[in-house]
Ligand binder design. Structure first.
Ligand code: SF4
Length: 345
């Protein structure tokens, strides 16, 4: 594994930045026998840095990210971060789902970084590469220390997640929100349980994620929903879109932001293999729809975005641009594919 050659952990950074993030001899590998972690290997590292700068060319609505994990046991077949595992010479398929890198010193590193005179208190986005509330967080409990550090420095931040574990931090989030801008967004692309079981096998069910939105809202922490990914031919029927937006509205979400599935290298191979296995009749249609590259055609993106916005209006959800103010990515410009996207779709 090329541990010593890795500089940045954000998918948007790519492997080109080569200053060492952690030393090769600092890796401790563990497995746990509990059913929750069966088949998963954890690689504990002491990182050398934790606050990553998003490359200037990126259109991300934030400049700085913190990612305490790499790899994600939520195992979404479409996950864009799969590619980043290849930077470590790890497998981007099952390896991404089961070989999890844990930066065990993330909270102390962040606290030191925030205290530095050079740090200007910029917004920090989390959940931009892999889910910081994946199952590993239940054991390693890195996020409480991270949020405490942000709260103590009144540093604005946002979290995007599919993990219900975020509710463990309810009190901390309330404390942070009292002193700085806190943006929470939950990712729910569809509420179809059959689709969920096969395409997002390691995640909490969509209705449980919407319970997170409901609970946060009830406690005064507004929460948007990133309706992503909308999966062509499997999750884009008008009835499915309606059911999803209706459920999002019922959860009390402050915004809904639709995002159509994109298939960048790394994710594309894994997703297409899954499609061939589960929905072979759709393979040709996908090859045609994604013939131009990683993004569905503009007309398709426009259609989905328009439908979701109409439904949002019908069900009384606030306009998607409210989400941008909470540091949630705005709906993509259908006319122009984005070079980088959030992983948590
Ligand atoms: S899409 Fe998000 S939740 Fe799913 S595997 Fe990737 S990082 Fe994890």
């Amino acid at each position: 594994m090329r541990w010593e050659n890795l500089a940045d952990d954000d998918a948007s950074a790519g492997p080109a930045r080569t200053a060492a993030l952690f030393a090769a001899d600092a890796v401790t590998t563990r497995t746990f026998d509990t059913p929750e972690f069966r088949g998963i290997t954890f690689h504990e590292v002491r990182a050398r840095s934790i606050v990553n700068r998003v490359p200037g060319a990126s259109r991300m609505p934030f400049e700085w990210t913190v990612n305490p994990y790499r790899g994600c046991s939520h195992a979404c077949v479409y996950c864009f971060a799969r590619k980043t595992h290849s930077y470590l010479d790890l497998d981007t398929g099952l390896g991404f789902d089961s070989q999890i890198v844990v930066k065990v010193n993330a909270p102390e590193l962040l606290r030191g970084h925030l205290a530095s005179r050079r740090w200007q208190g910029a917004h920090i986005a989390m959940g931009t590469n892999v889910d910081c509330y994946q199952r590993a967080e239940g054991r390693y409990q890195l996020m409480p220390g991270i949020i405490e550090a942000l709260r103590d420095h009144a540093n604005p931040f946002s979290i995007l997640t599919k993990g219900t574990l975020i509710l463990r931090e309810l009190e901390l989030l309330k404390q942070a929100a009292a002193v700085t801008e806190v943006g929470i967004s939950v990712s729910v692309g569809f509420v179809d349980r059959e689709l969920w079981r096969t395409v997002e096998p390691g995640t909490p069910a969509p209705d449980r994620r919407l319970d997170v939105v409901r609970t946060l809202t009830e406690h005064g922490i507004g929460c948007g929903v990133l309706m992503a990914p909308v999966i062509p031919f499997l999750g884009d029927h008008p009835d499915q879109l309606r059911a999803t937006v209706r459920a999002i509205a019922a959860s009390g979400a402050t915004s809904v932001t639709p995002l159509v599935l994109h298939l960048r290298p790394g994710a594309r191979e894994w997703f297409m293999a899954w499609l061939g296995q589960h929905h072979p009749h759709l393979v040709r249609r996908y090859e045609r729809l994604y013939a131009e590259g990683a993004y569905a055609p503009k007309w398709y993106q426009r259609r989905i975005t328009g439908q979701v916005h109409e439904l949002a209006t019908e069900f009384g959800i606030g306009p998607a641009h409210r989400g941008a103010a909470r540091r949630i990515p705005a709906a993509p410009e259908p006319a122009e594919p984005q070079p980088t996207q959030l992983t948590l779709l």
